[in-house]
Design a protein around this ligand. Structure first.
Ligand code: FES
Length: 167
């Protein structure tokens, strides 16, 4: 083996290792980016928005609507969000998503005379108690999502809706 053969072999080794590493990095970078992007991104839809005056909230669930900016890749749009808001018996403010946990229809409050003081979904008869927990034996398998909330300067701020899991 001459000196030139070894250096040629080494050269090929380095080149192939370099190309292989470059290709591996090219494949891994999008995966890493995909995994950590939600952590890095300051999602505008995660920000809390003032939705109503606390003084307007009663023990009766009322619908509040607000708009958020949503970014989907390069496409930005404004989306209307809704929540049922009320004060429970201890005076705590409750803010729930009106999206049915069965197949995503919109539920109403006290909208079916057969089930007073409940949230009712007209699509397949889904029912929820006032606290948003699903009535056993009806189609939804979990309670309505609860919004992250805070009160500041007399206003109710809502963030994202969080699933509550099982009934
Ligand atoms: S979508 Fe509400 S009960 Fe089916």
């Amino acid at each position: 083996m001459s000196k030139e053969d070894i250096s040629r072999r080494q050269f090929l080794n380095y080149t192939l290792t370099g190309v292989g590493g470059f290709m591996a990095a090219g494949m891994l970078m999008p995966m890493v980016r995909f995994a950590i992007d939600p952590i890095l991104e300051k999602g505008s839809d995660q920000d809390m928005v003032a939705v109503t005056d606390v003084s307007k909230i009663t023990s009766e669930p009322k619908t509040v609507n607000w708009k958020i900016k949503q970014k989907d890749g390069w496409y930005e749009s404004e989306v209307t969000q809704s929540a049922f808001v009320y004060k429970d018996s201890s005076g705590k403010i409750v803010a729930m998503s009106p999206i049915c946990k069965h197949l995503g229809c919109t539920v109403g409050w006290n909208n079916n005379p057969a089930y007073p003081n409940e949230f009712y979904c007209p699509c397949h008869g889904g029912r929820y108690y006032k606290n948003g927990k699903n009535v056993p034996g009806t189609p939804p398998l979990s309670g309505l999502d609860l919004y992250e909330s805070k009160v500041k300067n007399g206003k109710l701020y809502l963030g994202k809706a969080v699933p509550r899991g099982g009934a």
